[in-house]
Structures are given as structure tokens and as C-alpha cells.
Design a protein around this ligand. Structure first.
Ligand SMILES: Cc1cc2nc3c(=O)[nH]c(=O)nc-3n(C[C@H](O)[C@H](O)[C@H](O)COP(=O)(O)O)c2cc1C
Length: 486
């Protein structure tokens, strides 16, 4: 199911009792963070919030729209994320399943026709350009941009879709990179060095060229999710969003730069990132729960701001987990399992607990088939896209529920002989990691928490986990009510 706009999604949440409208005037400086933080720490992630009176801005501000499993699923147009995971899984099976018979090929047509219906479409007029402000009129002060934490380097746009194009091929990329407001017409560009936006800029800069950039806010929430998804570079996020929403994303040409942006967005900030310019960006209260340190990043000079007449400003906050991004990460975990399994088929399941800030801890469940199998799996994962950032990978046997971190901790600590079962490797580290000896380069740890085999040199007896026989469980089930235990 596709949403015509962010407003359409907000309406659905409102109708379902998932949204709280806040009329009390509140400041975007720290106050909204404190309110949203309390809400995001409620069981199941708390409700979505619409602040209708943000001091200093005429625009309402929406936050925590995707902040529960249910709302994250609704954002992607399904009742539960597993529905999309199942569709992706079906697609991954296409190549090996292509049947040899004519009838078999025919049976695949419905699946293939889906692919033809998801490419973006160009339109000539768009709600996101109902109001067009150019030059000095394009003023970031008009937006209710949050100052999230006390030591932040400034106000930050926290849910931006950053559109760039490759210098040579013109291929689009959309990534979510925080945007620090550095004045009414300038921002920082925190695309980390491993990310595609950063590479696009580097290629322009190498030729002495400025890169055009559009920062988009809102639209169907599937688009916002797509900007965060760790897609292979060759996959256009707007095609992926089209796949999720089962409807092409409509794009319109920007007013001042060579870029196409979602027609149904709330706001579009158009601008240019000049070659050869760097400025201090940060610190920023980050999703690790710590401030990420200030560093030098490129800047954007705003050339236009366009928006809907009744635009809503979407945002989030990050900080000590759990926050709204717990559920964005959960979507990635579920949707990317079938894709990761193309490369690591023995992986039955994995879980990236929010407490591990996604890149600090992965719990992996495998069907172990040979000595050292757990080590093979951790190395394979470190070689897989953004999984390269995972600081600690713990690999379990198939009988461990990695979705239950309490069980995983119990089993890991019981099963591990640290000297024998822990491997340290060196490699790229998440830019936000403050503990690595160097920025973006350091060590990672793999833990083999599987049962050890004789042909791994383990000659002692390995005990069984305690379980009760089924007949005893059934007997107790049958008398449970009579026991009067509540
Ligand atoms: C709320 C949120 C904020 C993020 N902020 C940044 C950021 O400031 N810089 C960055 O490089 N990645 C950030 N990310 C992660 C990227 O969006 C993510 O790695 C994405 O896959 C990058 O896309 P790309 O591979 O097309 O560059 C953020 C993710 C979320 C959910």
C-alpha cells in the first residue's frame, strides 16, 4: 500500500489512535528531545507525536512516526515487516528457480511484472513545489529544526533524504545523512567517508566541480526508510521504495539544480556543495548514546527551499537506545535477512539489538555443518556491505533464539572459552565509534558460541541444556488452573 504523502500516513496513525497531537507551545531547543525521549522509552516505543505549536516556526513537527514495530510496518504499507521479507525472499529465489518449461516460465510472469511497475515516473507539477523560495528568501530559520542535545554543534535536520548523482554515470543515490544548520543559507554535510554521497562528492571535487544536492523531507515514509537502507550501490533507492510501496515514486525536477526529487515531499532544500570547502561539523548527540566528535565536513549552500503549502516538518532524535531508530534498524534487519542469506545461506537468523547501536553487536544463528563454521560466517558477514562495521559478531547454534538477547547472553557466556573461541580482526570501523584507536579503522571481535565438536579439538563431554519432557509439561498445563497460582 502506498501513501500519497506523509500527511496521508499521519492521518492513518491519527485514525488508529497511534498519534498524539500536542498543542502546548514547546521549544525546538532541547524541549522536544526531552519529550520525545520519554515517549520513545515507553513500552513498544510510545505513540507518534505531532507538535502543532513549535516556538519560532509556523510549521507543525512530526516525530516518532515510525517508532514501533507496528508503525514501522505500516510505514512500509504492511501489517508486519515479515511480509516484505517474504516478498524479497521470493525474488531472491527467482534466478535459481527459473523453470525450463514454457509453462513454468509463464508462472513467473506475475512476479516479473512487479519489477516493471516500480521505476520512478517524472511529473511536471508537484505538491512539494506549491511554495518556492529562491535566493535569500530560502531561509532555514523558517523550519523548526531541532537542537537535540545540550552540546550539539547546532540545530540538526535529523530525517533528511540526501539526493546526489554520480559525476560520470548520472546515477542517483539517496542516503540519510544528518544535516547541521550552520546559518540561514548553509548546512554541514555529514556523509561519512564510506557512504555513497561522500563518494559522489569526492568524484565531483576531483574534477574541481561543485556537486548539486537536494535534501528532501517527508513523502511516503517508504522513501524515508529507503534512504537509510544499506542497499548495494547499484540499486536506486527510489526503485527500492517503488518495490516496497508497489507503486512508482513520482519525481519532479528541482527549481535551481539538476536533480529530480519526490513530488509528494513536504520540503525540498536545493543547494550546491562547493569543491574544496570544509568546515567543522558536530559534535552531535548520536545514536551510540554519546556525542560524535566534531570533524571537518563539506558544506551546502542553499539555492532554494520549496515546500507544500501546509507542510509538516518530519524529524527524529537519536541518543541512548532505545529510540525511534530501533525500529528503522529492525526493518533493515528483517528485510535484509533474505539478501544476506544469498551470501551466507547457513545463517538462519540474525539480530542487531538496539542496545548495540546496530553496528556494535550482531547475534547470528547458524546451522553448523563443519569445524570452524562459526568463524567462516563471521568473516563472510564482515565482508557484506555495511555489516563491515559490526564490532562484535556472536555466532550461535540453530537451537538458540537470537531474537531473545537474554537467552543469547546466557548461551554465549556458558559456551565460550574466551581464549579458544574469540577471534580479533582489523578493518574499517564505523565513523561514529569513539573507542577505536583511529577514526574509522580498528579491531572487531568474533565469538564462536556454538557447541564445540571433537574435530575442533574438544574432547570433553558437552552437556545438554535442561528441558522438561513434553508429557510433564502437558500434565502441569492440565492442572495449572487448579493450582491457583497467579
Ligand atoms: C536517523 C539516521 C541518521 C543517520 N545519519 C547518518 C549520518 O549523519 N551520516 C552517515 O553517513 N550515515 C548516517 N546514517 C546511516 C545511513 O543513512 C545509512 O548508512 C545508509 O545506508 C547510507 O546510504 P548510502 O549507502 O546510499 O550512502 C543515518 C541513519 C539513520 C537511520
Amino acid at each position: 500500500m502506498a501513501y500519497a504523502s506523509l500527511g496521508d500516513f499521519i492521518k492513518r496513525l491519527d485514525k488508529a489512535g497511534e498519534l498524539r497531537r500536542i498543542k502546548t507551545p514547546v521549544s525546538p531547543v532541547l524541549e522536544i528531545t526531552e519529550i520525545a525521549d520519554r515517549v520513545m522509552k515507553m513500552p513498544e516505543g510510545g505513540p507518534a507525536l505531532l507538535f502543532e505549536n513549535v516556538k519560532g516556526s509556523k510549521f507543525p513537527l512530526a516525530i516518532n512516526l515510525m517508532g514501533s514495530r507496528k508503525r514501522m510496518s505500516w510505514a512500509l504499507g504492511v501489517e508486519d515487516l515479515e511480509e516484505i521479507a517474504a516478498e524479497i525472499s521470493a525474488l531472491t529465489k527467482l534466478p535459481s528457480d527459473v523453470p525450463s518449461t514454457f509453462m513454468g516460465k509463464l508462472a513467473l510472469l506475475p512476479q516479473l511484472s512487479v519489477l516493471g511497475k516500480i521505476s520512478p515516473k517524472m511529473v511536471t507539477s508537484a505538491p512539494c513545489q506549491e511554495v518556492v523560495k529562491l535566493g535569500d528568501e530560502a531561509n532555514l530559520d523558517d523550519l523548526p529544526i531541532l537542537t537535540c542535545w545540550p552540546d550539539d554543534g547546532g540545530p540538526y535536520i535529523t530525517l533528511p533524504l540526501v539526493f546526489t548523482k554520480d559525476e560520470g554515470t548520472g546515477k542517483r543515490n539517496v542516503g540519510m545523512y544528518r544535516i547541521q544548520k550552520q546559518g540561514p543559507h548553509e548546512t554541514g554535510m555529514h556523509w561519512q567517508r564510506h557512504k555513497v554521497g561522500s563518494r559522489h562528492f569526492a568524484n565531483f571535487e576531483a574534477k574541481g566541480r561543485d556537486i548539486p544536492v537536494a535534501i528532501v523531507l517527508g513523502g511516503d515514509p517508504a522513501l524515508t526508510y529507503a534512504a537509510t537502507a544499506p542497499l548495494p550501490d547499484e540499486i536506486d533507492e527510489m526503485v527500492f521504495a517503488g518495490f516496497i510501496r508497489k507503486k512508482p515514486v513520482e519525481l519532479v525536477k528541482c527549481k535551481t539544480i539538476d536533480m529530480e526529487v519526490p513530488a509528494d515531499a513536504e520540503f525540498v532544500i536545493e543547494g550546491v556543495v562547493p569543491a574544496g570547502v570544509r568546515r567543522r561539523e558536530g559534535p552531535f548527540g548520536d545514536h551510540t548514546g554519546y556525542y560524535s566528535l566534531a570533524d571537518d565536513y563539506p558544506i551546502l549552500k542553499v539555492t532554494a527551499i520549496t515546500h507544500r503549502r501546509n507542510a509538516v516538518y518530519p524529524c527524529t532524535i537519536v541518543g541512548p537506545p532505545p529510540m525511534e531508530d530501533k525500529y528503522i534498524g529492525l526493518a533493515t534487519e528483517r528485510l535484509f535477512l533474505p539478501l544476506a542469506r544469498l551470501f551466507v545461506p547457513e545463517m538462519i537468523d540474525y539480530h542487531l539489538p538496539a542496545e548495540g547501536a546496530f553496528h556494535n553487536l550482531a547475534l547470528v544463528r547458524i546451522k553448523k555443518r563443519y569445524p570452524g563454521h562459526a568463524f567462516k560466517v563471521m568473516h563472510a558477514l564482515w565482508g557484506l556491505g555495511q555489516m563491515m562495521f559490526t564490532k562484535c559478531i556472536v555466532v550461535f547454534d540453530e537451537d538458540v533464539d537470537v531474537q531473545n538477547p537474554a537467552e543469547a547472553v546466557w548461551r554465549a557466556f556458558a559456551n565460550v572459552d574466551p581464549e579458544r573461541d574469540i577471534a580479533f580482526v582489523k578493518g574499517p570501523i564505523d565513523v561514529l565509534d569513539h573507542a577505536s584507536p583511529m577514526m574509522a579503522f580498528g579491531s572487531k571481535m568474533g565469538v564462536d558460541a556454538t557447541r564445540k565438536w571433537p574435530d575442533e579439538g574438544f574432547t570433553r563431554e558437552w552437556p545438554d541444556v535442561l528441558t522438561m519432557p513434553t508429557e510433564i509439561k502437558q500434565k502441569v498445563d492440565s492442572i495449572w488452573k487448579d493450582l491457583g497460582i497467579k
